[in-house]
Ligand binder design. Structure first.
Ligand code: DOR
Length: 464
């Protein structure tokens, strides 16, 4: 990928330290004339000075003297970089779908400056060695910041108790094969009861027994729409209820991944202890079972898409604070794999490149506000995974930033995608809010439609 050294962006300009003469602080950056989405109050037009990877100053008419690089944002919107708390980047083991480098490039293009990646790789991330391997791989190739889950199995309790550097424990209660599937009650009791209650457990909540029974009921059906009937709303509710019960009894931090049903929203509305959080994906908010006709197995994912009534309840759950944050569950598969007839077609869809424009388009349509998008996609993931210094446009915070164009509509185009799988269920959708510039720790990782592959993100830190 070519990297233009000086031309930053059609609408922005860049001056290098050498162009501006001597005395420039090498790692400083000034973003001028941006609509700043600050934590409190309305956005306002101002400047942000970045020094040594952090936000040093926010104000109006900040001096550019001695600053290495200047970006004129021309009124475009500057917000904290998105933290995507659920992605599957397939490395090691299935790099033909995605790898940590291409996944991180797709993040940068989508304004995602930090990601948390799941353990269903090959080998599975289920101990310190496999976690350290991922951290080392990411350090050598990721242009954005990264964190990794350790997966629970029925017999890796010791690893879950002693692991260092993981963002949380992932439990697949259903929709998984092999050791990562943990459905046995005794094993679940051990994991919740005997690990640090402050070490977040994230669950994929779908009930194995019910899904098995319903698979038998619908055996022989090859139309992909049946996926939502097999892995039905009740399957999700049963598993979420079970996880909530465990977290309540053991007072263990719990995060319920990708909620898909109104039933689960209502469950949490009735009982959601302070140490329990939940998330939703843009696809569960914006695509429904009606989309199978158009998308076929490209719309197949776990948990499955639901009917429009559920979508409305998920939106309401977000607005009411029952759902805390948004994650993409970026789960790339190749088009060839997806083309297999159901049930052989794999579940999952990519999302890191489109999530922010989708949500900013929803904001433009009046479905939510710009401040809520920042809260759900930046502040909340940082808060619930206890990632210090991220998710806010505030002095002293890390300079993980994204400058977006909230006004010019542009379609999702397959040929522009950086995800290795090369497709999107949202292809053709006209969206606003496309990132113009993505900044990771003060470094420009994406600009002018291109990623700088030499930029490196950092390993995220997680407090308990
Ligand atoms: O549809 C899905 N696919 N949901 C998940 O949670 C896992 C994912 C995958 O890894 O392909």
């Amino acid at each position: 990928m070519d990297w233009p050294v000086l031309n930053l962006l059609d609408r922005c300009y860049l001056e290098s330290a050498c162009e501006r003469g001597s005395g420039a602080l090498a790692s400083s950056l000034l973003i001028r004339n941006a609509e700043l989405v600050v934590p409190e109050g309305d956005p306002w037009l101002g400047d942000v000075l970045v020094k040594n990877g952090q936000i040093a100053e926010i104000g109006q008419h900040l001096a550019a003297e001695g600053v290495a690089r200047v970006i004129d944002a021309e009124g475009h919107t500057l917000m904290p970089g998105v933290i995507d708390p659920q992605v599957h980047f397939r490395e090691p083991g299935r790099e033909h779908k995605e790898d940590l480098q291409t996944g991180s490039w797709a993040c940068a293009r989508g304004g995602v400056t930090s990601f948390l990646e799941m353990p269903n790789t090959d080998p599975l991330t289920i101990d310190q060695a496999t976690l350290d391997d991922k951290l080392a791989r990411a350090a050598s190739k990721c242009v954005v910041n990264y964190g990794f889950f350790i997966g629970a199995t029925a017999d890796n309790l010791k690893e879950l108790q002693t692991v260092q550097g993981a963002c949380g424990i992932k439990i697949f209660m259903g929709s998984m094969h092999g050791p990562l599937l943990v459905d046995d009650q005794a094993a679940l009791e051990r994991i919740f009861g005997e690990t640090d209650p402050n070490f977040l457990i994230a669950v994929h909540a779908e009930d194995l027994s019910r899904i098995k029974a319903r698979k038998a009921l619908f055996a022989g059906r090859t139309d992909v729409a049946v996926h939502s009937q097999i892995q039905d709303e009740e399957s999700a509710l049963i598993a979420s209820r079970r996880a909530l019960d465990l977290a309540t009894r053991y007072r263990h931090r719990l995060h319920i991944l990708h909620l898909s049903t109104g039933l689960e929203v209502e469950l949490l509305r009735q009982h959601k202890p302070a140490w329990v959080t939940a998330e939703v994906t843009p696809q569960h908010l914006l695509l429904s079972t009606a989309d199978y006709a158009r998308l076929g197995s490209l719309a197949q994912m776990n948990p499955p898409l639901r009917d429009p009534a559920n979508l409305a309840q998920l939106w309401q759950g977000l607005h009411d604070g029952i759902l805390d944050c948004i994650a993409t569950d970026h789960a790339p598969h190749t088009l060839e794999e997806k083309a297999q007839p159901y049930p052989h077609s794999p579940s999952g869809m990519p999302g890191v490149e489109t999530a922010l424009p989708l949500m900013l388009t929803a904001a433009q349509q009046g479905r939510c506000t710009l401040a809520q998008v920042v809260q759900w996609m930046c502040e909340a993931p940082a808060r619930l995974y206890r990632i210090p210094n991220k998710g806010r446009l505030q002095v002293g915070y890390d300079a993980d930033l994204v400058l977006v164009d909230r006004h010019t509509p542009k379609p999702v185009r397959r040929e522009e995608l950086l995800t290795k799988c090369g497709w999107s269920p949202f292809e053709g959708w006209e969206l606003v809010g496309w990132p113009l510039v993505t900044i990771v720790g003060g470094q420009i990782a994406f600009q002018n439609g291109q990623v700088d592959p030499s930029v490196r993100g950092k390993a995220l830190q997680f407090q308990r």
